[in-house]
Design a protein around this ligand. Structure first.
Ligand code: 13P
Ligand code: SF4
Length: 353
């Protein structure tokens, strides 16, 4: 990265001292992650934001929904900043509040409203989290989706889970951790009347999965797993649960970004790994572990384009603006949304484990 920009970022951060706390998601660029006070997956970063009541400014190097969650979990005097407002998440955008409310109304009409517990993945807007808080549900991340689903089914007799926005995380967790069959999980398509499902299908389902996915993890294919196994016979395939179910079934290990990092750190020298997650993280792991063979589970380049929008120029602009006394790109969730989203987030933070 440009040495002049590195020096400016360092100087601005030093000038701000304890006033600023920089959070960096594992999918951020190297040029940005070097300035993070803490790195983590979305669950760890949510906890870290909540644990810094003295930082006046939280600069969130990640995407919009993460900065919203940080704002909800931090105090009213703390200001959360997203260095580029265009850093959204295509998966989070796949579930809009009006669509979720329409789905909810249809479930009530189908006579199953009383048994449904809504669970939203962290990768969703604050108003969707608030919807879950208001309707007896909670938030989960890829680190705790199994414990969150277990909590959800214990809330009501014959509970059914409405899970959004990522159908893959929902299906992978439901089938691999909850013992559901693939047929127990139906997919609600927000662009079709009644989600494209019959009342009977809704009544029979144990999980209703929103038709959403991650554009990065959705690209990994079962064929790529087969090809790598043929090429490197002793390879271990490690993937994120946002990957398609067919890919997860063929993999050896599945887990959140934090799990992926811990697994590679604990792996013996000389071992071979193919990793199915965002490319910035895979490259960083390969660089940090030259004694292990680490390859990316796809032939094509696979960065998360919105995560990559946070670059060094945006970070420098953000930090220098704060030094000059101007808070740019503040992310602020309105009070009513915050109140209910906090209910859903606190249910998650109170989960065991
Ligand atoms: P985690 O940080 O929970 O592993 O999620 C991955 C992701 O896609 C974040 O946007
Ligand atoms: Fe969204 Fe996928 Fe990018 Fe994560 S990796 S921010 S889920 S598009």
């Amino acid at each position: 990265s440009d040495p002049a920009l590195v020096a400016r970022a360092r100087a601005a951060k030093d000038a701000l001292g304890e006033k600023v706390f920089v959070l960096g998601h594992h999918y951020q660029r190297d040029e940005v992650i070097q300035f993070a006070d803490v790195t983590g997956d979305s669950f760890k970063l949510a906890r870290e934001a909540a644990a810094r009541p003295d930082a006046e400014y939280i600069v969130f190097c990640g995407v919009h929904f993460m900065a919203e969650s940080a704002d909800i979990l931090t105090g009213p005097d703390q200001q959360v900043v997203l260095p580029d407002l265009a850093a959204g998440c295509s998966m989070a955008d796949m579930a809009r509040l009006t669509q979720v409310e329409m789905a909810w109304d249809a479930l009530v009409k189908a006579g199953i409203g009383d048994s449904v517990v809504p669970v939203t993945y962290m990768n969703s807007s604050a108003d969707i989290k608030a919807f879950c808080g208001r309707n007896g549900g909670l938030v989960c991340t890829s680190s705790n989706a199994d414990v969150a689903l277990q909590w959800a089914v214990e809330q009501k007799p014959d509970a059914k889970i409405l899970f959004f926005p990522d159908q893959h995380l929902g299906r992978n967790t439901g089938v691999l951790k909850m013992g559901y069959s693939v047929d127990d999980c139906v997919v609600w398509d927000p662009h079709r009347p009644n989600g494209g499902l019959t009342t009977e299908q809704l009544r029979d389902a144990r999980m209703i999965l929103w038709r959403g996915h991650c554009s990065v993890h959705g690209r990994f294919s079962p064929e790529a797993v087969d090809d790598l196994r043929a090429e490197i016979p002793d390879i271990t395939i490690l993937v994120h649960p946002e990957c398609r179910h067919e890919v997860v079934l063929k993999a050896d290990l599945v887990g959140s970004t934090e799990f992926i990092i811990q697994t590679i750190e604990a792996a013996p020298a000389g071992s071979s790994w193919a990793i199915g997650t965002e490319l910035n993280l895979v490259k960083r792991l390969a660089d940090a572990h030259p004694d292990k063979r680490i390859v990316f589970l796809d032939k094509a380049v696979c960065f998360c384009s919105t995560m990559n929008r946070i670059d060094l120029p945006h970070l420098v602009w953000t930090l220098e603006s704060l030094v000059a006394g101007t808070v740019v790109n503040r992310i602020e969730v309105d009070a009513e949304t915050e109140k209910w989203a906090l209910v859903a987030l606190e249910r998650m933070l109170a989960l065991p484990g």
